[in-house]
Write a protein that binds this ligand. Structure first.
Ligand code: NAP
Length: 307
């Protein structure tokens, strides 16, 4: 198949492109340098090609508190990116299936994180704008399907982890931040201080598991929104314990700062629909996934653990 991947240089995009190419597909990888999707004419050079699938991963965001301080920019930039891809899909690639990425933050924190609730209630305030641009992306796919019969799939990943994360100094998702703190404690002897009491629970999904499931669903399932999560969550203390074992740091030396706000007590996607669609669902064992990620982190220590 001929497949476009936007966001191809990102943490997820790199693994997705590698997997699609390994399966023999012709992949056109796009990023902000070779195709700035905030520009209306950015995709015109590809008008004459005929694509089978478009994976739309591009988004302007970071982890941590980035969204809290950039809501205006995020609204304009992500709406431009999404509107341009949706408009081009309808005008030039109506035969292609558009597979886009949603976010678990789009769910209201007091609702079950199940697909039928994606548009119900309001997302958490600190991630409101980012979450709403993801809801609007899904709404755009629904509208184009309704009027023109275009085929789409919206996939909602839980927090992804694995080797190959960013090393350029941008804010990190919680599990990488946890690794960084514990490894700095080990290497530089710095105190390891984690926010909250460590009993808050979080879900993680190994990036390669997500890619495998996404590629399979993109072939078999149309016109729907599907959560892709691991179906179980663990406390921050549990993640820290596993990292300490691998790194060789004494867990009892970790301090917990309970004055810090850490958000929801628990956050785990419902994967009942995913289980129905993929009955032979399997996931990488958490300990194995963390070991691989820590090995990668250690190999990148010059950038990730500077003194
Ligand atoms: N990582 C997660 O845990 C997670 C969880 C849930 C959902 N998601 C979603 O999955 C998708 C991929 O996530 P990720 O972690 O791989 O993100 P990422 O590493 O931040 O990558 C973002 C990608 O978007 C591209 N991009 C940014 N602005 C662009 C523009 N103006 N024009 C064209 N491309 C642009 C970037 O290109 P450059 O490299 O050129 O900047 C990069 O390839 C995103 O939609 C994200 O919301 C991720």
């Amino acid at each position: 198949m001929k497949i476009i991947v936007t966001g191809a240089t990102g943490f997820l995009g790199q693994a997705l492109c590698a997997q699609l190419e390994a399966q023999g597909h012709m992949v056109t990888p796009l990023n902000s340098k070779n195709c700035d999707l905030t520009k209306a004419d950015s995709l015109h050079a590809l008008n004459a090609e005929i694509y089978d699938q478009i994976y739309h991963l591009a988004a302007w965001t970071q982890a941590g508190d980035f969204c809290l301080y950039h809501p205006g920019e995020q609204w304009v930039i992500n709406q431009q990116i999404n509107t341009n891809i949706l408009g081009w899909w309808q005008a030039h690639q109506p035969q292609a299936k558009l597979v886009s990425m949603g976010t678990s933050c789009a769910y209201a924190p007091d609702m079950e994180l199940a697909e039928e609730n994606y548009f119900v209630g309001l997302p958490i305030d600190s991630l409101f704008t980012y979450a709403m641009t993801k809801r609007m992306l899904h709404a755009g796919q629904l509208a184009l399907h309704k009027q023109y019969g275009l085929r789409y799939l919206t996939l909602v990943p839980s927090t992804l982890y694995g080797p190959g994360y960013h090393t350029d100094g941008r804010q990190m998702h919680f599990i990488f931040d946890l690794m960084r703190k514990i490894m700095r404690g080990k290497v530089h002897g710095e105190p390891v201080v984690l926010w909250g009491d460590g009993h808050q629970r979080r879900e993680l999904l190994f990036r390669d598991d997500f890619v495998r499931l996404a590629v399979r669903l993109a072939l078999t399932h149309d016109n729907d929104l599907v959560n892709i999560g691991a179906g179980e969550e663990f406390t921050i203390r549990h993640f820290a314990q596993l990292i300490c074992e691998k790194v060789g740091y004494d867990f009892d030396d970790i301090q917990f700062d309970t004055t810090r706000y850490v958000g929801a007590k628990s956050k785990c996607l419902s994967i009942e629909k995913l289980k129905r669609l993929i009955p032979d669902l399997t996931f990488t064992d958490l300990r194995r996934g963390l070991d691989q990620t820590i090995d990668w982190f250690w190999a990148e220590r010059d950038q990730l653990l500077p003194r």
